[in-house]
Write a protein that binds this ligand. Structure first.
Ligand code: DGL
Length: 261
């Protein structure tokens, strides 16, 4: 098989990375994709960086058996913990693209109030995030907001309704009173609850995620390494999950097709 015909590997701790895959299918519609979600071990965000690194390397080894030509770590937590070591080990054989909270576009909106960054506890406590904060904290007031428990709700398919809205209200209501400039979704699961977040926030507050930027970076890398598929066909998506349950696979395909973001 020609290199350009091989699939692109996507990885997340669970179903969250589907929000990034959704964007990739739109922008790179003729590519084939293989997605692996590690729902059995989710959530990653409350584990140690060492543990997340180990799980991430296992997942990448599995994706390599699927003959991937590029890797997207569609998980902010795994990117924080493992991207440097992943690149050390694999970047000679394929481009590796990670994701981080989209703070730059949020700052560039130049709105009054705090920029709230919703993410996992681990993402917000890693060096990668403190370096990102340092870059922008002189220009904006940034409020990191860890959301433990939210990934678990989304993994159960609870993306709308009383439970998730109650959780989000508790997190956001007090910040709302202080004035919110923008909300950054720094975990790839959270775009699936964007509708529920919107119910709590005023219409004019931007809610931003990093999917588009990540997929644009993927596209640039495919072009740079001359491995972009240029055939005129519609690509296919194959989804695997460590949970091996029908529910999680069906939910994954459902969110890929219908999940409004
Ligand atoms: N989707 C992962 C992220 O972007 C969620 C991490 C978790 O499993 O806690 O951070």
């Amino acid at each position: 098989m020609d290199l350009e015909d091989r699939p692109i590997g996507f990885f997340d701790s669970g179903i969250g990375g589907i929000s990034v895959l959704k964007e990739a299918v739109k922008i790179l519609s003729n590519e084939d994709f293989v997605y692996f979600g590690d729902s059995k071990m989710a959530p990653y965000g409350v584990k140690t960086a060492e543990e997340v690194k180990r799980l991430t390397f296992n997942a990448v080894e599995l994706l390599l058996t699927k003959n991937i030509k590029a890797l997207v770590v569609a998980c902010n937590t795994a990117t924080s913990a493992a991207i440097i070591d992943l690149r050390k080990k694999y970047s000679k054989s394929m481009p590796i693209i990670g994701i981080e909270p989209a703070l730059k576009p949020a700052v560039e909106f130049n709105r009054k109030g705090k920029i709230v960054i919703m993410a996992t506890t681990m993402t917000l406590s890693e060096r990668k995030f403190s370096n990102l904060m340092k870059k922008y904290e002189s220009r904006s007031s940034i409020e990191p907001l860890p959301c433990p428990g939210l990934v678990e709700l989304i993994e159960q398919g609870k993306i709308e309704g009383e439970e998730v809205e109650g959780y989000l209200k508790e997190k956001l209501n007090s910040l709302k009173d202080e004035g919110i400039a923008a909300v950054v979704l720094g975990c790839t699961h959270y775009p699936f609850v964007k509708k529920s977040i919107r119910k709590i926030l005023n219409e004019d507050i931007p809610i931003i995620d990093g999917s588009k930027g990540t997929v644009e970076q993927l596209k640039r890398q495919l072009v740079k390494y001359h491995i972009k598929n240029n055939k005129n066909k519609v690509g296919k998506v194959t989804i695997f999950n460590s949970m091996e349950s029908k529910f999680i696979i069906q939910l994954s395909y459902k969110l890929l097709k219908e999940g409004s973001i």
